[in-house]
Design a protein around this ligand. Sequence first.
Ligand code: ZN
Length: 381
Amino acid sequence: MNKLLIIFSFILLAACNPPSGKKSDSQDEANAQALSEIKVPVYAWMGGLNHASDDEISTSFKDLRGKGIIGLMYNGGHDPETYRRIGGIAKDAGLEFHAWIPTMLQRQNPQLPPDLYAVNGLGESAFDKPAYVDYYQFLCPGREEVYQFLAALYGSIADVEVVDGIHLDYIRYPDVILAEGLWEKYGLHMDREYPQFDYCYCDKCVKGFLEETGIDIRSVDDPSQVEAWKQYRCDLITKIVNRLAELVHAKDKEISAAVFPGPGSVARKIVRQEWDRWNLDAFYPMHYNDFYLKDTDWIGEVTLEGVTALDSRKPLYSGLFICPDPEGKKDEPDPENHGLVPGELEDAIGESMENGAAGVCLFTPGRMTEEHWKVLEQAIF
Ligand SMILES: [Zn+2]
């Protein structure tokens, strides 16, 4: 998810990050001292504090800062005022503050007529018949009105002074192939691309591709064999990202994105993200190994792949999926409750940094146990 099929409730879980008790000044000084010795920059994805009081948020943010987190990707909805209030508290706590807002995934909204939603290979709209789960309502990246909606949304939030950057998420198509670790949960065997998960076949996209290549994709028996059709759709996403980047940069703010691992090995194949062509300031690939039935060595492999694809032009932060219940992991059937247990977290950080990551990003601080924090402290200071 955010992250693959990350359920938004995870964002709410992040809110459960328990604020620690008040610290004394001497503890704050000790923390400030320790922070100057951080070896691994750590960011975190979180949300869920929109309704907390200023004091509660401040306590939580200072606690995270003391534990070595240097910046937040905060998911707080679409209202700039939310980011103004919470961002101000983050800055006071010494944290970088980025507004984390899904891009192509948009719930029903009076500003978004149903015909702006993506259409699958069976002609079904993601508006009223989304793939996999009810919230998978993706917009069509081929529609100018979609870009205009996103430009207004991100522009209004980039205008907030305390916002350091915009963090895109779900900047992609629905998964045409689901990560293998999720097949059982959704009762699917995704050995190839199936039309019900393949987007977008709306009139605009089909016509645009016909004009560019002379191919009527609706008349092709197996569109998954048409390389130009895959490229056409990667390009639609790339164009939106690069237009948004121009807009955000013109406001002197940063822009980054949560992306799938790769880009070649996973992201391009399953969600049509060619993110090495995106003009962003930083990349946060979600190296959620359990979703792909992989161990922490794989985190090193995909980190190296990403860093190599970016040619070290921009920093890559390795996104790490934390297991909220390490004791119960082996009996937990739902892969979305899996993730790195404390010992694996240490390996994952090591694999990421040895292979060229600029740091890591945690999903989420609210899923971290005491043992995870101890491991993190040893790894980063
Ligand atoms: Zn379309």
